[in-house]
Every structure is written in C-alpha cells, then in structure tokens.
Design a protein around this ligand. Structure first.
Ligand code: 6LW
Length: 537
C-alpha cells in the first residue's frame, strides 16, 4: 500500500520520467565452450558441403580416433571411430598415453583422408574413406624419412600434396607425398619453419588462403605455456614470414581466475559463408588450482582476417566459456543424449577399451539387455600388452552422476567387478563387489601413484541380488554409494579428483568412467543391467 501512494505522489507532481527503452538484447548467438567436453585433444576439422567433420587423438584407447560431425560447429554428433580394426590399430605395445597422437582430417576429390602417428607401432600413416562414418581403409604407412609426429596433409590446387609434421631438430618439416602409395617425393624432408622460439613447435597445418600459403602451428608444449602461432609465404616451401602479432592465441601468464588454460593445437576451417573458425584444445583447471582431470578438450573460436591478411582470433580477446558470435554456420538442435544405456544392442561410440580388446570378454548378446563382462587375470594395473576387461566412457562434466546395476556373485577370492574412474594404471578409483569370507562385500579402492593402492571403505552385501553402484562427481570430490535400489543408496566413501588429474597422473588422456571385471581364474561373469551417465552442469 505505501509503495502505491509514493508512486502516485511522485507521478502526480513530477514530470513524466522517460523510461529508457529496454536495452536491445546483444546481437548474435551464444555458444558454450568446450564444444566437445572431456578428453578430446588435438582437434582437426574439415568441411564438406554443409557438414563439418572433427577428429581427435586417442592414444591407447580402442577404437581409435573418434570422429564427430556437425552443421553448426557447436553441437557434435558422434559418427564413431576412424580406426576400428586391430589391423589398423595395433596397441599391444602402447603404454599409457602412447599409441595414437594428433590426427588430421582432410577431404579431396571425393575421398576423406585421416593421417596420424602410432608412436608405439611404425609411426605415421594415413587411412582413407568415401564415407566419413566408415569403413576406413587399411593403413598406408608413410614411406621415407619424415619421422616426427602431428602429420598433416595439404592438397594444392596444382595437384601436388604436401605432408607437414614435426621433426628433429625441433621444427616443422615438409615433403611432397604421393597419397596413392604414401611414398615421399622429396628426397629429404625440408625444414620450413622453426616457429617463434617457443619449445615444441608442433601441430602444423598448411592452408592456401587468398593465394598465400599459411602455416599454423602450436608452440610452448601442451600445458600452461601453450600457444598458437602462424606464418605465411608465397610458396608452400617458404620462406615463411611470421605474423607480427604472434602468438595469435595463448592463455599463458593469465590469472588462475581465467577458467580456460593451455589453449593450443588448432585447425582452421571456413564455413562456406565467408566466415572462418578455429578449433583448438584447452583445459578447465578445477578447485582454483592448477589441476585438471577431464583432460584436454575441444574448443571453438571465430577468426577474422585483418587488412594485412593475418588471422585475428576472437577479436584478440581471451576465450570464454560463454562465447557470443554474430552467427553460427547453421541452426542446429543438439541431439538429446539419453542418460541410461541399457545395453539393448551393440555398444555405442561412447564406449572405449584399453588397447586391443579381447572380444570374448565383453558381450551384449550373451545375456540380452545386459552387458556381460568376463574378467581375466589382466588387471587395470597392467600398462601394456593384453587388454583388461574394462569398458569405459569419458567423464565429460565436472559434476555428474554415474551409476550402474550389477549382477555379480564373485566365485573366488580376487574375483571382483564394478565401476572404475580410470586415469592411468596407477591412478584410478574403484567401487566394486568382491568375496568376503563366504559372502560378498562392496568396497572402494583408491590407487594413487606407485605405492598407494588401498581399500578405503567396505560394507557387507549379503545375498546374491543385483546391486546399484553410484559415483557422484563434484569438482573436488567423488562420492561413492551403493544399495539394492537407486532410491535407497548408502554412502561408502569419497576420493579426490585431483589425484586423477594430468598434473598428478601425467599423460595425455582424460578421466574415464566405466565398468570392469577381474577374475584371475576367469570364473564369474559380471553382468550390468544398465549404466547411467548424467552430466550435471
Ligand atoms: C600431440 C602434440 C601435442 O601429438 O601433444 O598438444 C601430443 N600437443 O601436438 C599428444 O597430444
């Protein structure tokens, strides 16, 4: 009542105060970075028609080189993997964070090309396909002296094809290549650019834009000193003149309050509408400290060309989680991703194995509607050789609920099965089921580094009924709980994501969450009725 009166008085006497017109909503559209969250490093992109195709490195994970497609560069649909056969992807000798390093995807005259390096087996090779969803060819190994990593292909308009990669001594090397055979047509790879002086000049890509050859690379290493630099020349062989504004993108030396760090390893693409974009990797440190556990993720930024013909990244401003741009290449509605996988058919593209899987150890048909895992003596501890019975997916959200219903009655001591947060053989957390005396128990085990692998909590789980195992992920805490039904779970323990971070566990992958089984005697199969992954951010 009082308010109304004051207003009446005010309005009665005071001249009408012109209401400032409501501020027009800022022009353009917003999107969220990372555009591909979770362990998706070293992104490479190509546009074919209205579709963009993106690939990422995959190291010791199988299948290898995940491939996604998008029409707007923001909502990415998984198409599967490029390397899906053991013959394409021998990983038995791949130790943690070895195997498949940075890939490049390109398209030329009706054929898709994916080139990468298996650092654990013979080095660089490429595969081809007519359909990006596959099947992709058997490897064509690079024949010649161009070792190094991060190979990239450039198809020039005179029909020549160039292979660009790192090399030794540090620098960017180039050869002409015959993509029919993989044979190098340049006697010795030529050093074309050393970069601007940062360590590890890598991740090179050659482009011809506006009649000039641009060489985009990363320097500084894939951590907090990461940066993107560019140079150009009138010939693919150089000499390459560096951009006066290098690095064109870096978040090095930024405050910890900058939520995005380690920006680097990029690839450029035009959207066919005159706009240019860049995908690149970066990280999201947690807890206000320099640690990140989701791995290096895929980010997107707009690029424009200044009057001198040099790229300007995001108008020279830092990359933000919430980006505003004039427009995206298309209007696309992201496909809804179901929280529950109830294993009603073959495992989908989200699921990975460690190294080349033992096909007989994993089945979604043995018990229809269930995922059956046959544990072997190979544990998650093993860092090369045979593959443990493990099926995992990337943790893509800092906050998430992960749960599964498991039907497992351990037959012998040392038989166990359950859920695992996996970062490396000696950096993982399990909530599992195992024998305890004549019965069984649920337990939490934490393995952190060379000397710590401890069961930090356990509880009797009488009977033989299926159990629910759950992990609630928060920025600084994983909480483990279990029960006989989802609405009656009891907490069992907690652990810190920090110890699964790249800064602690080292390596190039990110945290996986998945199902595992271990059975030295190969006795008791573990069956999973369903698996829930619910991102909460
Ligand atoms: C990749 C190299 C790099 O091949 O790390 O961040 C290597 N950059 O370019 C593995 O991701």
């Amino acid at each position: 009542m009082i308010v109304a009166l004051v207003v009446a008085l005010a309005t009665a006497s005071a001249p009408a105060i012109a209401q400032a017109p409501a501020a027009a909503p800022p022009a353009g559209v917003t999107y969220r970075n990372p555009v591909l969250p979770g362990f998706y490093p070293d992104p490479s992109v190509v546009r074919v028609g209205e579709w963009f195709y993106l690939v990422n490195s995959s190291f010791e994970m199988f299948p290898g080189v995940p491939i996604h497609r998008s029409r707007d560069l923001v909502s990415w649909e998984p198409l599967g993997h490029v390397l899906t056969r053991d013959s394409q992807l021998p990983l038995a000798t791949a130790e943690p964070s070895r195997g498949i390093f940075a890939p490049t995807i390109r398209y030329h005259a009706g054929t898709y090309y994916m080139i990468t390096t298996n650092v654990s087996h013979r080095g660089s090779f490429f595969v081809t396909a007519k359909d990006p969803a596959g099947p992709w060819s058997e490897p064509i190994w690079i024949a010649g002296h161009q070792g190094g990593i991060d190979p990239s292909l450039f198809f020039d308009d005179d029909g020549k094809v160039y292979l660009t990669s790192t090399g030794s001594p540090p620098g960017i090397y180039q050869s002409q290549i015959d993509v029919a055979t993989g044979k190098l047509l340049t006697p010795r790879p030529r050093l074309v650019w050393k970069g601007t002086g940062g360590r590890y000049p890598e991740g090179p890509h050659l482009y011809k834009i506006g009649g000039r050859y641009y060489l985009l690379i990363s320097e500084g290493g894939t951590e907090y000193g990461h940066m993107i630099t560019v140079a150009r020349a009138s010939s693919p062989w150089g000499p390459f003149e560096p951009c006066p504004r290098n690095p064109i993108l870096t978040h090095r030396d930024t405050e910890m309050s900058q939520p995005i760090q380690a920006t680097g390893h990029a690839d450029l693409v035009d959207d066919g509408k005159g706009n240019w974009w860049m995908v690149f990797l970066a990280i999201r440190p947690q807890g206000g400290h320099y640690w990140h556990h989701l791995g290096r993720e895929t980010f997107l930024t707009p690029v424009r060309w200044d009057a001198q013909g040099w790229p300007v990244v995001n108008e020279g401003k830092p990359i933000r989680p919430d980006m505003r741009v004039a427009a995206l290449p298309a209007r696309a509605t992201p496909a809804a991703v179901p929280v529950r996988d109830d294993f009603g058919g073959p495992l989908g593209p989200a699921w990975n194995f460690l190294r080349n899987p033992v096909r007989a150890s994993t089945s979604t048909s043995e018990r229809p509607g269930w995922l059956t895992l046959h544990g072997t003596a190979v544990s998650l501890e093993q860092d090369k050789g045979a593959s443990p019975t493990f099926v995992g997916r990337r943790q893509q959200h800092v906050r998430a609920r992960i749960a599964a219903r498991i039907d497992f009655v351990p037959a012998r001591d040392n038989d166990e099965a359950g859920l695992v947060l996996y970062r490396a053989p000696r950096h993982r957390y399990e909530i599992g089921v195992r024998r305890s005396g004549a019965g069984r128990e649920v337990f939490v085990r934490q393995t952190v580094g060379a000397h710590i692998s401890t069961v930090t909590a356990s509880a009797p789980a009488p009977g033989k009924d299926p159990l629910i195992l759950q992990i609630d992920a928060e920025a600084a805490r994983y909480t483990f709980s279990w029960g006989t039904s989802p609405d009656r779970l009891q907490k069992l323990g907690a652990a810190e994501p920090r110890f699964l971070s790249s800064e602690v566990a080292a390596g190039f992958i990110g945290t996986y969450v998945g199902m595992y089984a271990l059975s030295p005697g190969g006795a008791a199969p573990a069956a999973f009725d369903w698996f829930d992954y619910e991102g909460r951010e």
